[in-house]
Design a protein around this ligand. Structure first.
Ligand code: ZN
Length: 453
């Protein structure tokens, strides 16, 4: 369970309690039995300190599922302790306040969702409100994440990549369009969720969006993904309907979106990319790609362009893409603008010289290290940044079989696979993978073809 900042829900059903002023009772636990909306009892636990002026308004439900009730109590205690720690040095101020409210958006036969809204008002700081969401399996009381709802043999990316791509495509301004294809969405991209009778409300992890983003949410109708969900969770989860359906949902998925990489032929496409070369192994790669009429993308180092001019010319003749990987593998986020120019513009020039005029259109920043300034400078030189979806970690593996397995394991329509043609083992793995990918119906294309650059 993680946190997201949102506005508190006004869900005033339970009684609330103020403890204000100076008191000297330590460790007093008071339980109030309150009438909840579900004809169940709810309790308030109150911790009262000894020398500070503060106010509590804490509500939490008792659901008679032991694991859930334990979780709820622990949660309330932890929040209270954390609040007390924060106001420890402000013991002479008055007006500190902790408010914990909860709602139960769904309590079905199978699944239960609880949302806590925790507001802290601490004198001298702006008030904060954080929402905490947790889904439980009703029968076992087990806490669930999104992946627990899906069948174990499902590749989450096959579900999420398309949904998220579609969502962000229709919400311009959240993410630059060119970043969309670079994101590799797994279940980890969803920070937490709320389940409803017939839908799932997913909250994206802002960090998974590759930038400082606000939280984003989409409502996924269960029937859209019913075949991908575990049997126990795939149907309509009827039961006690406790709350109104989700409000203010920016985007609801009522149908699975189109594949995120448009392909006129309708087939699957994949881009094998090779960094840090060329090397003496590159020729074998060009041989196999040529034999199978397939294309790859080579992110070459500028200082190798002239020594391997023959290979670069073969790449151009074979319809492959040559990309810029800087002159000497520089971390572009840590260099001056003057150095950027010779690392990147110098490499463009060297590739043009070696090939008789070919100009790279994409750059892969070494280490994947980039920021807004790097992206902007590259754009000024006419270069689009390209990262990858699948990292084979071939530089560590150095094992052709393992690298082959990782290529095949990571293969999916629209993927960009990262390899390094400076290692014989990487080239061995790729040579085995090329015919196998074709047999599985993939077309091997360049990055620019894949992204439509
Ligand atoms: Zn590299």
């Amino acid at each position: 369970m993680h946190t997201l900042r949102r506005h508190p829900r006004q869900w005033s059903v339970v009684a609330w309690l103020f403890v204000t002023g100076v008191t000297t009772i330590v460790g007093l636990f008071t339980y109030l039995v309150l009438q909840g909306p579900i004809n169940k009892s709810a309790s308030s636990q109150i911790l009262i300190g000894n020398d500070i002026s503060r106010e509590f308004d804490i509500q939490y439900p008792v659901l008679h599922v032991p694991e859930v009730d334990t979780f709820v109590k622990t949660f309330a205690s932890q929040q209270t302790e954390s609040f007390l720690a924060k106001i420890k040095d402000r013991s002479y101020d008055s007006g500190n306040k902790l408010i914990i409210h909860y709602s139960i958006p769904h309590h079905g036969e199978k699944l239960l969702s609880i949302v806590f809204s925790v507001t802290e008002e601490i004198v001298g700081s702006p008030p904060t409100t954080v929402q905490y969401r947790q889904v439980f399996d009703v029968a076992s009381g087990k806490k669930l994440t999104l992946s627990d709802l899906f069948r174990d043999d499902i590749d989450p990316r096959s579900v999420l990549a398309d949904i998220f791509y579609d969502y962000f495509s229709q919400q311009p301004g959240i993410l630059p369009r060119e970043q969309l294809g670079l994101l590799d969405f797994t279940f980890a991209a969803v920070e937490d969720l709320i389940v409803y009778e017939d839908s799932l409300l997913l909250f994206f992890n802002p960090h998974s969006l590759g930038a400082k983003q606000d939280s984003q949410s989409v409502l996924l109708q269960k029937p859209v993904v019913a075949s991908l969900l575990k049997n126990a969770y795939s149907g309509k989860d009827t039961g006690r309907k406790l709350d109104t359906p989700p409000e203010n949902v920016a985007y609801a998925i009522n149908d699975l979106p189109q594949r995120h990489i448009p392909n006129a032929n309708g087939g699957k496409r994949i881009a094998l990319t090779f960094d840090d070369g060329p090397s003496p192994h590159t020729k074998r790669l060009l041989d196999i790609l040529g034999r199978y009429r397939s294309r790859g993308t080579f992110y070459v180092l500028g200082h190798l362009a002239q020594p391997y001019a023959g290979d670069l010319q073969r790449m151009v003749q074979g319809g492959h893409e040559i990309g810029n990987h800087t002159w000497m593998h520089a971390n572009l986020t840590q260099i001056t603008s003057a150095e950027f120019d010779w690392q990147v513009a110098g490499t463009q020039h060297a590739i043009q010289q070696a090939t008789g005029g070919y100009t790279p259109r994409t750059i892969r920043p070494p280490y994947g290290a980039t920021n807004g300034s790097v992206t902007g400078r590259a754009a000024q030189l006419g270069l689009k940044e390209v990262l990858w979806n699948v990292d084979t970690n071939d530089w560590q593996a150095r094992d052709g079989q393992l690298i082959y397995d990782r290529i095949m394991g990571g293969a999916a329509d629209g993927r960009v696979i990262l390899l390094h043609d400076i290692y014989g083992s990487s080239v061995d793995g790729a040579i085995r993978a090329v015919p196998e990918l074709l047999a599985q119906g993939y077309q091997l294309v360049t990055v620019s073809e894949l992204y439509g650059y």
